[in-house]
Design a protein around this ligand. Sequence first.
Ligand SMILES: [Zn+2]
Length: 774
Amino acid sequence: MSAHTFPAATIEGYPRVGPNRELKKALESYWAGRIDAGTFTSTAHSLRVDTYARLRNLGLTGDYAIPADVALYDQVLETALTVGLLGGDADEVPLDEEFALARGNAERAPLEMTKWFDTNYHYIVPEVAEAGRFVARPDRVLSLVAEARAAGHTVRPYLVGPVTLLALSKPAEGAGNPLERLAELTESYRVVLSSLAAAGVDWIQLAEPALTADLQVAPDDRLADHAATAYGTLLDARVGAERPNVLVTTPYGSLRAGLDALTQAAPEALHVDLAPATLATDPEYPRRVAAAVGPETTLVAGVVDGRNVWAADLRERLTVLESLRDAGVEKLSVSSSVSLLHVPHTVAVETKLPVDVAGWLSFADEKIGEATALATALNDGTVAAADAFARSDRAVRTRRESHRTHDEAVQARVAELPEGAVQREPAFAGRVEAQKSLDLPELPTTTIGSFPQTAEVRKARAGHRAGELTDAEYEAALKEEIRSVIDLQERLGLDVLVHGEPERNDMVQYFAELLDGFVTTEFGWVQSYGSRCTRPPLVIGDVSRPEAMTVEWARYAQSLSEKHVKGMLTGPVTILAWSFTRDDVPLSVSADQIALALADEVADLENAGIRIIQIDEPALRELLPLRSDARASYLDWAVRSFRLVALDAKPDTQIHTHLCYSEFGQIIEAVAALDADVTSIEAARSRMELLGDLEDSFTSEIGPGIWDIHSPRVPSVGELSELIKAALVNVPAERLWINPDCGLKTRGYAEVEPALRNLVLARDLVAESLQPVK
Ligand SMILES: [Zn+2]
């Protein structure tokens, strides 16, 4: 019977890339042919068993406390292969086939990749055909279980649940809604579950985050109905003989209709997200959960925030657990709100952080300590976890009182801002008149900002960081690069030039390093997708700008050309979206502060003679809340913060913005509301489909990307001019700009030169054909 009891403390999931990015390195070596499949497989194996050992040492000691949410590339892909949503008829899917699905190969394109809920993790989107058998491949999980057992660990297999798996898939060409195939897919899960039971596995985890979001595939109550059906079937099998006990997890927000559906289906354990941010938007959630969950179900309370980097206020978190118990929840366990995949491994290695700041932080390993401490305190009283509570008390107190988190000058300045929407004067029509003085040609050509980050540029940056290059030498190297980028653009005949951004390691980190109120980490890597990791900066306090950040580069670039050189800034929303943010003030407060810092930068750029300034907001869509009723207020503050940056720009300063990475149809009105003079937006891959959405909402100038810079292909003059003509169907020539989809930093000059040459030629061709109309 004891094997059926759910452990007192667990986590929803754990980073998979390894504390030293072992998996990333092994993957990239294998793909490059530097190691063979055997070496790759054994590295991945060692990483998994080492991880289990570490998790046990960190306190996940109970059987099944450790989730085996391991994946070589992506957990959605792994689940899709395990239940046969992908992989065709084959009984086994070889390693290379799995990677080909994710990355493509000579014969076929990769599957699409998209954002996993409102995180910066990207999953592989399965394509679901109209018909065809789903081949269950339980061996994939059985071998993980066996591998762990051989190393002495009883782990909990993990799969994305059937409803979420289909809700996140897309129909193959001509097929219907993937959810129509839920009954068949559930059958495949049943087969996998019964194999696990036969192997003596007592617990499995099925993740159903789709039930916490408003997705376009189906409304909340429809998804809940689907969950009721699928779990009705799955849980109908006998525990032990036909299936393990089932833990259903629901990270990334609160359940609505899904709560009744799942509690009525009564899995042996149900995980809910009770992070502070979730409770802030849904304060009644703990009460609803407590009232709905039945006596047979263990409630796995995700009270440890798995998404941010702050040490938990353990006393406050404990009150949430106690309120559940007081409301009659009998079986209660403690967990993280979401997988710890979204945070770095450990604060312990960050020796360069100020000690007080380090004390305020909890990354994945520290969060496990919080979960076990809360479980101990819940069951045996806080004295039993005295050390952890003392650390938490200290963190809460010193952070609240610190000069690093609170800057009265910044707060006073923000307090003086008008509330609500702000409007740049004059309105667009008046600015167009003023900006005629820029003297731009019809259909002006430009680029989005970055030019190829060549090996030399990267080497100079690394050398500077390592102290091998003096500041002066580094500056000289960058100026050399800027000069050559300006020369190239002059030769190609582009109209509005850029300096190429060689000084920027990353469009957010660059600013984070120069702004007060941020810190950056040395090893804080977080998986973005596959082998790709990013190191997000941390907003720790009130943000301000000690000095100009981009002006010298822009001034230098402008000194080299008679044409206009654009100043380049990253907007407040994108800076926040790609950072870890504060939990002690609303995001909108940090957004206003960053906006003020950037507004000062705009003024400084103007004073340096820059007439065109671009404020990139590629992540505007990313922070859109998962629940539709929260979206309007998000868009209000997001748009406001962008407008604050440009608010006091002179009428004849042309403000550009740039967006990419997503479909913008859903938020196109907010994009228009940014009130930029010119908006460049990714459009080439969708062949300008978005222009249909633009017609009603957009009256300012627009540059739909005509060159898909994600592909190494050089587009021909013919296809580029076709795209320009397609754009002209929806956008009058006076308002159309000609540019690529995004920055060029990941491309090489071998493609960039001919592609930009073709872009200018295509513009010339189309512009000529427009002449007679005049
Ligand atoms: Zn972009």
